[in-house]
Design a protein around this ligand. Structure first.
Ligand code: SAM
Length: 322
C-alpha cells in the first residue's frame, strides 16, 4: 500500500465521467463553453478498468462518480454496471439533479442508494442566475422521487455572499423536513476564482459566519464524522444533521484520502495542486503491465497533497471532478 509521511493513503476515488455539464455555475466556470471534446474522454470500459486497477494499486475502497454532470453522459449505465462488480464498499454519485427523474431507474438498477445533489437555492430566479441552465422545479421533483425510492440524500450548497446567503435557512429547513443532510461547501479558489482573488473574496462566506447565521434559528452541537471526512458534522437535536466542508476555515488536508481520475485520463492527488499524471495509456494495457507503472504515478500523486491547508488551484472543478 502507498502511504506518505503523514500516514495518508488513497481510499476514496472520484471519477469524472464527463466534463460536459448542463449547467454553467458562475463559481465553477467563467462561461458555459464545453471545455473538453467528447472524443478526448475515456470510454466507460477504460474508466471501469481504471477503477479496477486503482483498487488493486492504491487500495481504493469507495467510489464517487461525478463530473461535469454524470447524468448527461451516455456512458453512465455501462460505467455503473462495470463498477458495481468490483467489490467496492460504497459507490455514490454527485449530480445537479436536473436529470434525476429520468435517470432514477438506471441508478436504482445499478444499486445506487446514496446521492449527493447540488442545489444552491430554492429561489427560481437566483437558481437561473447561479446555474445559468436547468430548471429548479425539475430538480425538486427529482429529489422527491429519489426520496420516495428510498435513496439517502445529501444536498450540497455553496453559500455565496450577495447571491444565496438568504437561502441558507430555507435550504436547511427544506432538508431537515425531508431527512436530507445539507452540506455547506465553503467556496474554493478553483479555476477562474484562483486567478481572480477579488471575485473570490467578494463571494466567500466563512464557516464561522455560516454557523452564526444558523445559530440564530437553531441550537446545534458537533456530531461524529469519520476521521478522513471532509465535512464537519453538526446535529440539531430533534431535527437532524447538517455539515460544513470548510476548506478555508478548517482545512482537512492532513487526513485527506481522496484521489481523482479525470474523464480524459489524468490522475489528480490534490485539488489544490496543478500537478497531474496521465494514465489514459496505461488503462489500455493488461494488468501486469499497467500496475507497476501506475504505482509509480500514485506515489507522485500522493506527494502532491498539501501538508496542511488547501490553497486553491487553477483547474476547473468540472474537469477535475468536483
Ligand atoms: N454536476 C455535478 C453537481 O453539480 O453536483 C457534479 C460536479 S460539480 C463540479 C460538484 C460540486 O462542486 C458541486 O456541488 C459544486 O457546487 C461544487 N463546486 C464547483 N466549483 C466550486 C467552487 N469553486 N467552490 C466550491 N464548490 C464548487
Amino acid at each position: 500500500m502507498i502511504v506518505d509521511r503523514q500516514g495518508r493513503r488513497f481510499r476514496n476515488l472520484r471519477i469524472s465521467l464527463t466534463a460536459a455539464c448542463n449547467y454553467a455555475c458562475t463559481y465553477c466556470v467563467p462561461d458555459g463553453k464545453r471545455l473538453v471534446a467528447a472524443q478526448d474522454e475515456l470510454s466507460a470500459e477504460a474508466l471501469v478498468r481504471g477503477v479496477a486497477y486503482l483498487i488493486e494499486a492504491a487500495g481504493i475502497e469507495q467510489l464517487r462518480i461525478t463530473g461535469g454532470e454524470p447524468l448527461v453522459s451516455p456512458k453512465l449505465e455501462a460505467l455503473l454496471h462495470g463498477v458495481s462488480t468490483l467489490g467496492l464498499r460504497d459507490i455514490s454519485l454527485t449530480t445537479n439533479g436536473q436529470l434525476l427523474t429520468k435517470k432514477l431507474p438506471v441508478l436504482l438498477n445499478a444499486g445506487i442508494r446514496r446521492l449527493n445533489v447540488s442545489l444552491d437555492t430554492l429561489d427560481a430566479t437566483a437558481f437561473r442566475r447561479i446555474a445559468r441552465g436547468g430548471d429548479l422545479a425539475t430538480v425538486l421533483d427529482g429529489l422527491e422521487q429519489a426520496r420516495a425510492a428510498g435513496i439517502k440524500i445529501k444536498l450540497n450548497m455553496v453559500p455565496l455572499r450577495g447571491q444565496n446567503i438568504d437561502q441558507v435557512l430555507p435550504l436547511l429547513d427544506y432538508c431537515l423536513e425531508r431527512g436530507f443532510e445539507l452540506r455547506f461547501i465553503e467556496l474554493m479558489r478553483m479555476g477562474h476564482l484562483a486567478r481572480d482573488g477579488n471575485s473570490f473574496q467578494q463571494q466567500f462566506i466563512s464557516m464561522p459566519a455560516l454557523l452564526e447565521l444558523i445559530g440564530e434559528r437553531y441550537e446545534y452541537q458537533q456530531a461524529d464524522a469519520p476521521l478522513d471526512a471532509t465535512a464537519l458534522r453538526y446535529e440539531i437535536p430533534g431535527h437532524g444533521h447538517f455539515g460544513v466542508i470548510a476548506n478555508e476555515s478548517v482545512p482537512f488536508c492532513r487526513t485527506c484520502s481522496r484521489l481523482r481520475l479525470s474523464s480524459t485520463g489524468w490522475l489528480h492527488g490534490c485539488l489544490s495542486s496543478s500537478n497531474r499524471h496521465y494514465v489514459g495509456d496505461l488503462l489500455e494495457k493488461p494488468r501486469h503491465q499497467a500496475l507497476p507503472a501506475l504505482q509509480g504515478l500514485l506515489m507522485k500523486a500522493l506527494g502532491d497533497k498539501q501538508e496542511v491547508a488547501f490553497s486553491g488551484g487553477v483547474t476547473v472543478m468540472k474537469i477535475i471532478g468536483g
